[in-house]
Write a protein that binds this ligand. Structure first.
Ligand code: MG
Length: 262
């Protein structure tokens, strides 16, 4: 019995030594060194981005791949939001809001895009707060980026120029004074919906006015309601709508409108 136990202990010890010996051998095994990185190993060449010719600063033209929505000539890309032709006033290469005829919208519908649009509040504008050059630009027909004369004109901050109306104020007030043209460059990402109609990914928007960031990839919470909170309504691609606000002040004008789908 005693001899048997001694034999078992000896065999176990030998086994341990063998395993230990194998580990030691493996520790000594060598492998090829990691190949050193060369610059070309983290570079790729295809596909090459498409060449886009930028617009001419002097003539204020659109980039070569843009869909021109208004080039100063006519409203052929637009229709009344109520149906029928767009009846805003085209003159001198610009469009002036016709408050009586109501909102206009693009005939085409869009999802993700870069939108360029210029707008001007007339000199001698009257009124205050929201009743002073009120208009607006709706993404996919549902989400308003406010257009308003906020030059020396205070209002509720989530209704200011460049606000996501009744949601998110602009980071700053970058207004030019009445009579001068303001430029909006808007980058918009459409929402993605779940089957139940709620957002899987809500819409996002960046708004730049006169080269100054007002909204930095801001999450849009839902529709921009005048009364009440945002609503989440499932939708597909939608038009750009320009708002004919009923405030009694003089109508504003738009020009040089183009969009690049992304
Ligand atoms: Mg408005």
């Amino acid at each position: 019995m005693m001899k048997s136990m001694i034999t078992k202990v000896a065999m176990a010890t030998l086994a341990c030594m063998c395993v230990g010996g194998m580990n030691a051998q493996e520790d000594q095994k060598t492998y090829p060194a990691q190949e050193p990185m060369r610059p070309g190993m983290s570079e790729y060449w295809t596909p090459q981005p498409k060449v886009v010719t930028p617009g001419d600063i002097k003539t204020n033209s659109a980039p070569s791949d843009a869909i021109v929505l208004f080039d100063g000539k006519d409203l052929s890309a637009w229709e009344s939001a109520k149906g029928g032709p767009a009846e805003w006033n085209v003159h001198d290469g610009i469009i002036t809001v016709n408050k009586k005829s109501g909102d206009i919208q693009t005939k085409r519908k869009f999802n993700n895009y870069q939108l360029h649009i210029e707008w001007c509040v007339p000199t001698g504008i009257t009124g205050s707060s929201q009743a002073r050059g009120n208009s607006g630009i709706y993404m996919q027909g549902k989400y308003e980026v406010q257009v308003l004369d906020c030059y020396n004109n205070e209002t509720y901050v989530n209704g200011m120029t460049g606000s996501i109306y009744k949601q998110t104020p602009p980071l700053v007030n970058a207004m030019r004074k009445p009579g001068e043209w303001n430029v909006y460059d808007i980058i918009y990402s459409a929402p993605i919906f779940k089957e139940d109609g709620t957002y899987r990914i809500p819409p996002h928007i960046t708004v730049i006015q006169n080269g100054i960031v007002l909204q930095n990839n801001t999450t849009i919470l839902g529709t921009t309601e005048y009364i009440g909170f945002p609503k989440v309504i499932k939708h597909d691609a939608g038009p750009i709508i320009l708002q004919a606000h009923g405030d009694p002040s003089q109508p504003i004008s738009y020009r040089n409108i183009w969009i690049r789908e992304m």
